[in-house]
Design a protein around this ligand. Structure first.
Ligand code: FDA
Length: 305
């Protein structure tokens, strides 16, 4: 049943008609629990209040699967505005973005042009940028872009997903770049030909890649709400005397906020992924797919005035 619901929400997350409708009608159905708001001003206030509670942030201007050049350029400009806002208000925040929002499905030239503009702004204002990882189909292209840009810009990281069979090899392949990587379980609907279908295998692979990347001496962001993985990481870093400035935990805005604060109080760096913007629909559906228990919360939201 849970798997069925998961597939249903992942199917909805890719529906273009609902995506357009959602943009038009604004944050609905309790999405504001997971999305900071529609404007950079909303996002600024949320970052400020998280920073006040000892949490650092990575800010994401929501958007994906953009299919026209002007929209991709607008999104890049929005990212630059976000970087400038972070700098202007002295916020402790990085930036996250998606390659399909920068024009990955349109042309490589467009993505590179948009990314270089953003990374120049990031360099100027010392704001680190992470390229989120999307579906398997776009994984190789995303990694190729990352490698190309990483030669020019130090303040750039990306994401690897534990559910993909290829990820163990990607960890080794990227090692010469000494990359700052966010490691996650993976949020898209993938076929068993490319991804572990069983959760327990994903969890095992997650532990394996965390260990590999940390022992390779690279900065590691362990992005999960799963206590078993968090405890595994804590034990691993103690055993291998890995310093606290070589890793951090990350969680999504609105998910387990009390656990986020607790980890920060324990002295771990805790980064919250804060999305904002009007293109919230796909992001929100993937959060529901991860945890169908959230649907009850959404139903309440639908009937609230
Ligand atoms: P898992 O799904 O096994 O959940 C463990 C426990 O956490 C659950 O039992 C529940 O208690 C709690 N929990 C998890 N999800 C919840 C939810 N939605 N609501 C309430 N409780 C929940 N993916 C990707 O493919 N590309 C990317 O670039 C990123 N980026 C990214 C950044 C950050 C900061 C995070 C935290 C996650 C991502 N992800 C991602 C998403 C990731 O792949 C994964 O889908 C989610 O983190 C859920 O997996 P968990 O590791 O939390 O474990």
């Amino acid at each position: 049943m849970e798997q069925l619901m998961r597939n249903f929400f992942l199917f909805l997350s890719e529906n273009k008609f609902f995506t357009k409708l959602a943009k038009k009608y604004g944050l609905r159905f309790g999405a504001s629990r997971f999305v900071a708001g529609e404007t950079i001003e909303d996002a600024k206030n949320v970052i400020q209040s998280l920073n006040d509670r000892g949490l650092v942030v990575t800010l994401d201007h929501l958007g994906e699967f953009v299919d026209n050049e002007q929209e991709a350029k607008d999104r890049a400009n929005e990212c630059i505005k976000a970087i400038e806002t972070i700098a202007e208000h002295n916020l402790d925040s990085q930036l996250s973005l998606k390659m399909t929002s920068m024009g990955l499905d349109i042309s490589d030239e467009l993505v590179m042009e948009n990314m270089r503009k953003i990374l120049e702004a990031g360099k100027k204002h010392q704001v680190f940028v992470t390229i989120d990882m999307e579906d398997y189909e776009r994984c190789q292209k995303t990694l190729d872009i990352f490698k190309e840009l990483k030669k020019e810009y130090d303040g750039l990281g990306t994401v690897l997903q534990a559910y993909l069979y290829r990820t163990v090899n990607d960890i080794e392949d990227l090692n010469p770049y000494s990359p700052n990587l966010r490691l996650v379980k993976g949020a898209y609907k993938e076929s068993p030909e490319v991804a572990f279908p069983e959760k327990k295998d994903v969890d095992e692979n997650f532990k394996k890649i965390i260990k590999m990347h940390l022992l390779n001496g690279n900065y590691t962001a362990v992005a999960t709400h799963d206590d078993a993985i968090i405890e595994y990481t804590k034990k691993l870093v103690d055993e291998h005397r890995i310093p606290r400035d070589q890793f951090e935990f990350q969680m999504l805005y609105g998910i387990r906020p009390e656990r986020q604060e607790q980890l920060a109080r324990e002295g771990y760096k805790m980064r919250v992924y804060v999305p904002y913007g009007n293109d919230w629909y796909g992001y929100f559906m993937r959060r529901l797919a991860e945890r169908p228990a959230n649907v009850a919360f959404v139903l309440k939201g639908m009937f609230k005035k």
